[in-house]
Design a protein around this ligand. Structure first.
Ligand code: NAD
Length: 278
């Protein structure tokens, strides 16, 4: 297997593979098969969430894999309906049963839900899980700068990572600068633009042709060179393979520059301040 994915280091010293496999919208009964394909292709980070309802499939694939549990980095996320100290601890226990693991690698608050104002209290539950050794690292998702600042002012531990919508059309430059100056890694969700046109953009297609790669590989390589952790999703075996096969080439300045021009500030998902689905 030549797909050797580099590691980055979280702010508490824990290593994290820079590329992983996202399982959002993979139906529960197809998840174990997809994760097995990903593990065989060389992926060692699996990104799930309580809200995806497929943690069990992730756990099944890991249990039956030849790859040892210690080599696999599992991320899951607290579902929106379980904000609050006790609720978060109880929901974590349920995830661990479904995933079939004793210690999780990374637990995230999925959305900040500022309208309910419980993310600070919820973060304290994650701090407790870390102190108890139930999780190796803790982080957040879809947090804006103002939410990160509030955690900095009112709690003890800086999130290891913030998983946010990020792709060339929405590169999140201001948030990334905040992350960089506070020791928070940036993880990109929707990295391929969720099949909404990015991969068909003539400029991306042109760079792909020049490098004899696919458009998806060009965009994923851009994330890697930007220093993001990236978690593309696919259920198609040849795409799962293609998406990890990006560590034997580099984009040069003449490739990176036109990709930077794709920034139109276009969010595909909801704004974190408005998203209140529980
Ligand atoms: P993505 O940008 O990874 O797009 C996935 C889609 O791109 C696939 O369904 C497929 O249609 C297409 N695709 C994949 N590989 C391709 C290839 N090689 N060539 C052509 N098309 C290809 O979007 P996503 O799934 O939304 O995001 C990735 C992961 O991020 C998710 O699976 C999930 O783990 C995570 N995520 C997190 C949040 C959050 O709120 N934290 C939100 C959305 C997604």
């Amino acid at each position: 297997m030549t797909n050797s994915v580099p590691s980055l280091t979280l702010n508490n010293g824990v290593p994290i593979p820079q590329l992983g496999f996202g399982v959002f919208l993979i139906p529960p009964d197809e998840t174990a098969t997809a994760v097995t394909t990903a593990l065989e292709a060389g992926y060692r980070l699996i990104d799930t969430a309580q809200g995806y309802r497929n943690e069990q499939g992730v756990g099944e694939a890991i249990a039956r894999s030849d790859v040892s549990r210690e080599e696999i980095f599992i991320t899951t996320k607290l579902v929106n309906g379980q904000h609050g100290y006790d609720q978060a601890l109880a929901a974590f226990d349920e995830s661990m049963k479904r995933l079939g693991t004793d210690v999780l690698d990374l637990f995230l608050i999925h959305w900040p839900l500022p309208m309910f104002d419980k993310y600070v209290e919820t973060w304290r539950a994650l701090e407790q899980l870390l102190a108890d050794g139930r999780v190796r690292s803790i982080g957040v998702s879809n947090f804006e700068i103002e939410h990160l600042q509030r955690l900095a002012n009112e709690t003890d531990i800086t999130p290891a990572l913030n998983q946010v919508e990020l792709h060339p059309e929405f590169p999140q430059e201001e948030l990334r600068a905040y992350h960089d100056s506070h020791g928070i890694l940036t993880e990109s969700w929707g990295p391929l633009g969720q099949s909404k046109g990015l991969l068909d953009d003539a400029r991306v297609v042109e760079i792909a042709k020049k490098n004899e790669r696919t458009a998806a590989q060009i965009v994923l390589r851009w994330h890697i060179q930007a220093g993001n952790v990236v978690i593309p999703k696919s259920i198609t075996p040849h795409r799962i393979e293609e998406n990890i096969n990006i560590f034997d080439f580099e984009l040069d300045e003449t490739d990176m520059e036109p990709i930077a021009q794709l920034n139109v500030g276009r969010r595909l998902g909801p704004h974190p301040n408005a998203f209140d689905l529980v």
